[in-house]
Design a binder for this molecule. Structure first.
Ligand code: HEM
Length: 501
């Protein structure tokens, strides 16, 4: 009897193994088939071959550096990666055409919105047409108000005074390297959560706690972005259908984000929202649909989280290479705030008068934009100002990273970090936004631009006036991980010292 049972178990497990391996083999072949199909039209040009065989890696650390090289060589500043069906441009006239003149012909499009749809739902970041117009109008009105700006400034100042400075002081003068990128990511998460939900996740507290919300949110955005790396959309869609692998993890992390967001919305409704300043409370005045509210606020989390952290990380990397820029920032601060107020936080008005600091932040994002490239999809056939033909459905990408390094835009010293290029008679003068689309430009220009700049300037000023930051390995140029926002692989290990006067 016992041996019959074990025989049965044995044969069942053999059948299971057979089915499992057949499914895996079928799935792999199917993926290969889809991958080959996706390479239409087949192309054997040098660029496509180099892309497919990854031979560009021999000469470049980052894919964006290779694109920059190709775009600089192209007479029009535009290239076509045939195997990806992707036109990439660094030509400001094309950028203006796509983002403003023919805005209606270049929406984000379905291919983008399906990738992030499960995480972002109908949030502003992920929609086109009427839904976008409605949210844009409402959000522009709210974000334009003086009260929300001073609320945002207050949040940033509190986070710097009560968490960032104490944390850096606690590791100062120890000769032990720690990751500044991680600190900035925690800083940005606390800020954007307080701003969006009125909630404090406390990620930057002295013991650097693990926040389950931050972890779930990070995983959800990373896995959503990684869908784009799949050779075909069919692959992740099948994985989602069977709830396996990365799609299973994505579903679980989105579930957690949803639960936490719903809890916050519920809590806010119960406590009352009419006298509160956070974005959620403001939107609650005009929207009753809980799911829609969740979608809107989660879009803001995604838009505002890693971008500020990424901008600050590159800024401190560049400053460590350019002590003369750090000295100029300190001199300006002493001029604006007086020599005895060295360690105070600057107020809003003083910050506005620091033109050199503003120029240094703009200049660092010229070379290291937090969003290195951004794509739209053509609704109809079209011709760009430089003569490039765009077939309906083609993905078209403008590339702020490459544009910041183009000699034809920024002159022969385009690769130099020179904040002075933004100053005329000591005053900051902005550039044409289509030459510098770091915050995008045109009708969908970033809604958090002013807030982001105030946050970055406040942090940069507070840290530079109080500490000397030394990058542990200054000769190592940043290598970026793939994702929606530029993140340095391995972080930015630094050694911190209290400044000696
Ligand atoms: C240095 C920091 C930042 C940079 C470089 C940046 C850059 C960008 C870029 C390139 C886009 C266009 C993305 C696309 O359409 O695919 C965008 C959109 C957006 N950003 Fe920012 N951003 C930053 C910070 C922020 C912050 C702090 C917030 C929120 C408080 C924010 C809110 C938004 C929103 C809501 C959109 C969507 C606008 C629309 O679709 O109409 N951003 N941003």
């Amino acid at each position: 009897m016992e041996s019959e049972a074990s025989l049965w178990t044995h044969s069942m497990s053999s059948i299971f193994c057979f089915c499992f391996f057949s499914f895996t083999a079928f799935f792999s072949l199917f993926s290969l088939f889809i991958f080959v199909l996706r390479l239409k039209p087949w192309c054997n040009c040098d660029v496509c071959r180099s892309y497919l065989k990854s031979t560009w890696l021999k000469d470049f650390d980052n894919l964006s550096d290779w694109y920059t090289h190709l775009l600089a060589k192209s007479p029009t500043g535009t290239i076509h990666l045939h195997v990806l069906g992707n036109i990439v441009t660094s030509n400001p006239e094309n950028v203006e055409y796509i983002l403003k003149t023919r805005f209606d012909n270049y929406p984000k499009g379905k291919p983008f919105s399906v990738l992030l749809g499960d995480l972002l739902g109908r949030g502003i970041f992920n929609v086109d047409g009427d839904s976008w117009k409605f949210q844009r109008k409402m959000a522009s009105f709210e974000l334009g108000s003086v009260s929300i700006r001073s609320y945002a400034f207050e949040i940033v100042s509190t986070e710097i005074r009560s968490r960032l400075i104490p944390l850096l002081s606690s590791v100062a003068d120890q000769e032990k390297a720690f990751d500044l990128q991680d600190v900035f990511r925690r800083f940005s998460f606390d800020n954007i959560c307080k701003f969006s939900f009125g909630l404090d996740p406390g990620c930057l507290k002295l013991n650097l706690p693990v926040s389950e919300f931050a972890v779930a949110f990070d995983l959800a955005s990373k896995l959503s972005a990684e869908r784009a790396l799949s050779p075909s959309q069919m692959i992740w869609k099948i994985k989602r259908l069977f709830n396996i692998g990365s799609e299973k993890k994505l579903k679980e992390s989105i579930k957690l984000v949803n639960q936490l967001a719903e809890k916050m919305i519920h809590h806010r409704r119960q406590k009352g929202f009419s006298d509160k300043n956070d974005l959620l409370s403001r939107f609650m005045g005009s929207i009753n649909d809980e799911k829609y509210l969740r979608d809107i606020v989660v879009s803001f989390l995604l838009a505002g989280r890693d971008t500020v952290a990424s901008g600050l990380t590159s800024f401190f990397w560049l400053i460590s290479q350019h002590p003369e820029v750090q000295s100029a920032i300190r001199e300006e601060s002493e001029r604006v705030m007086g020599p005895d107020n060295n360690t105070d936080l600057a107020n809003f008005e003083q910050m506005r008068n620091m033109h050199y600091l503003n120029a240094a932040i703009y200049e660092s994002m010229r070379l290291y934009p937090p969003v290195q490239f951004d794509s739209k999809f053509a609704r109809e056939d079209d011709i760009l100002p430089d003569g490039t033909f765009v077939r309906k459905g083609t993905r078209i990408t403008y590339h702020p990273y490459a544009m910041g390094r183009m000699e034809r835009i920024w002159g022969p010293e385009c690769l130099e970090f020179k904040p002075e290029r933004w100053l005329k008679n000591g005053k900051f003068v902005p550039e044409n936004p289509f030459k510098y689309p770091v915050f995008q430009a045109g009708l969908r220009v970033c809604l958090g631009k002013d807030m982001a700049l105030v946050a970055m300037k406040s942090v940069a000023h507070a840290v530079i006036m109080r500490f000397d930051i030394r990058v542990a390995d200054p000769n190592k140029a940043p290598r970026f991980a793939p994702g929606l926002t530029a993140t340095v692989r391995g972080g930015l290990p630094v050694v911190v010292q209290e400044r000696r006067y």
